[in-house]
Design a protein around this ligand. Structure first.
Ligand SMILES: *[C@@H]1O[C@H](CO)[C@@H](O)[C@H](O)[C@H]1NC(C)=O
Ligand SMILES: *[C@@H]1O[C@H](CO)[C@@H](O)[C@H](O)[C@H]1NC(C)=O
Length: 444
């Protein structure tokens, strides 16, 4: 049913030292990663109008909208199971009886942008109509309903179709509507999209679906290491939506996911039931200085810059010449080192070892002092310490530092051993999950 692609012919690639040589999609959107909410990770296909309205209300009243989360996206299962006699897609008659235009108005009325979901195959992952061969009709319907964002999935793609063609067709169709619509490609990393998607999309998934577990989060992270060079304003790597707030991750693991996703310049898309959001999860999701790293205007993605076994350092440059740094403790639970002291050396950040720099803790929002050459932080098991390191002498070469230029060899070595670096196998976890959902058989 679903073809996987291994390595792309070199001629189609936009492989360069830096993404700045690759042209980004010219729709004026996604200059920093999208901040938003999506229904999938919390509700899968079990969604309806009242639930969606409730989540919209809570996104506003919880303060999350104020913190920057301004896209509200309805994922799979919003439509009828069949197209109408004219081939048009329509809102599910039972669960979204007021229709999508009305949902869109509700979302917009709350000062949010409205996102929807479709699929680059014959059906969506839950078996609703996909947009393959209906790209223009569907894009027009989406634009008529006033959408601002489209997540485009990869289930049920005919084996004969080339993934680039399927995703390019929707990119063109969206452009043709004349409405600015953020295009979020969800092809699970099939066909190494970071090599070709920057020209057609505002973000592209680097991995199969995330689930609410430590192992799944690590898989998404590891599959995104080494891809910083392909990201930039207008087009970002997407290791999938957040699991912050969901059972399955400890508070430390939720903080780690949030901090690492922020530094990788991933879209930060909340996927939890906001009715049950804990204070701890809300605090993580609204960490202002961590969000500021993600939304830094320069839009340069961070990446892995040092690794000693399970102790890792991620870093990226910020517009003002500082470095955003995450010290990550991924020791196995239950070992004798619940807390690790992890050191970031200035040299791994393109700074001199005898330089002085100010260090600020970004989750704690606290200055830690001025340090020379290195800083060591105590990091809880499965947690991150996020800091901003600002050199006293903010020289031009500091500002031009890029993690992939200095650490390209480390990234290449790690990607070479990734089981999923080439292609995501045929039916990733999304389909397994979808198979457990009762498929609705309502007809219009
Ligand atoms: C469509 O593409 C053109 C050419 O890249 C671009 O200038 C224009 O802004 C795009 N329009 C929309 C609505 O995305
Ligand atoms: C971390 O460093 C502190 C301060 O130097 C020290 O007291 C502590 O024992 C260290 N912890 C570990 C796990 O090495």
């Amino acid at each position: 049913m679903l073809k996987t692609f291994s390595i792309l012919p070199a001629l189609t690639l936009c492989v360069t030292i830096s993404s700045t040589l690759c042209s980004a999609l010219d729709n004026g959107l996604g200059l920093t990663p999208v901040l938003g909410y999506n229904t999938w990770n919390a509700f899968y296909g079990d969604i309806n109008e009242d639930l969606v309205k409730g989540m919209v209300d809570l996104l506003v009243s919880s303060g999350l909208k104020k913190a920057g989360y301004n896209y509200f996206v309805i994922d799979d299962a919003w439509s009828n199971i069949n197209r109408d006699k004219d081939g048009r897609i329509s809102a599910n008659s039972q669960r979204f009886s007021s229709g999508m235009h009305s949902m869109s108005k509700y979302v917009h009325k709350h000062g949010l942008k409205f996102g929807m979901y479709s699929d680059a195959g014959e059906k969506t992952c839950l078996g609703y109509p996909g947009s393959r061969d209906h790209e223009e009709t569907d894009a027009e319907a989406f634009a008529d309903w006033g959408i601002d964002f489209l997540k485009y999935d990869n289930c049920w793609a005919p084996a004969s179709d080339w993934v680039i063609d399927r995703y390019t067709a929707m990119s063109r169709a969206l452009n043709k509507t004349g409405r600015p619509i953020v295009y979020s490609m969800c092809d699970w990393g099939v066909g190494n999209p970071w090599l070709w998607a920057p020209k057609i999309a505002n973000s592209w998934r680097t991995t199969g679906d995330v689930g609410p577990s430590w192992e799944s989060m690590l898989r998404c992270l590891d599959n995104t290491v080494g891809l910083s060079k392909f990201a930039g304003p207008g087009g970002f790597n997407d290791p999938d939506m957040l699991e912050v707030g969901n059972p399955g991750l400890t508070e430390q693991e939720q903080r780690a996911m949030f901090g690492l996703w922020a530094i990788l310049k991933s879209p930060l898309v909340i996927g939890t039931d906001l009715r049950k959001l804990s204070k701890a999860a809300l605090k993580i999701l609204t960490a202002e200085e961590v969000i500021a790293v993600n939304q830094d205007k320069m839009g340069v993605a961070g990446d892995l810059v040092a690794k000693e076994g399970p102790e890792e350092v991620y870093a990226g440059p910020l517009e003002d010449g500082s470095r955003a740094v995450a010290l990550f403790n991924r020791h196995t639970s239950g070992t004798q080192y619940p807390i690790s002291n992890i050191t970031v050396y200035w040299e791994s950040l393109g700074m001199d070892s005898d330089e002085e720099a100010d260090v600020r803790d970004l989750f704690a929002e606290k200055n830690l002092g001025t340090f020379k050459g290195a800083w060591t932080g105590a990091v809880d098991l499965h947690d991150v310490r996020m800091v901003r390191i600002t050199p006293k002498d903010n020289r031009r070469e500091h500002q031009e530092w890029r993690p992939w230029v200095q650490h390209g060899a480390l990234h290449a070595a790690l990607r070479a051993v990734l089981p999923l670096s080439r292609a995501v196998p045929g039916r990733p976890d999304k389909l397994a999950r979808a198979a457990q959902q009762p498929l609705e058989v309502t007809e219009q």
